[in-house]
Design a binder for this molecule. Structure first.
Ligand SMILES: [Zn+2]
Length: 81
């Protein structure tokens, strides 16, 4: 049944992009039916994100956050498999 296809996949070398800085961010996910949604914005220094969280807790008593770290990668074509 159906048709048979074959694909050739190329190998890629994937490595960290050292020319781009890692960034950090936080979002407030406190809330029962809907998250608060307040966002810290992207920061180069993770301590700035912690500071934003501390200020948000102080102002709102919200206590649950989603933190993200963003890194960049570069992929370079390698051999065909
Ligand atoms: Zn909040």
């Amino acid at each position: 049944m159906g048709t048979t296809r074959s694909f050739r996949f190329r190998n890629y070398e994937i490595r960290p992009d050292t020319t781009a800085e890692t960034t950090y961010a936080a979002e407030c996910v406190t809330g029962d039916e809907a998250d608060c949604g307040a966002q810290s914005g992207e920061e180069i220094d993770p301590r700035q994100v912690d500071r934003w969280i501390a200020e948000h807790v102080r102002d709102t008593t919200h206590g649950r956050f989603r933190r993200t770290t963003t890194t960049y990668a570069v992929a370079e074509p390698g051999d065909w498999q």
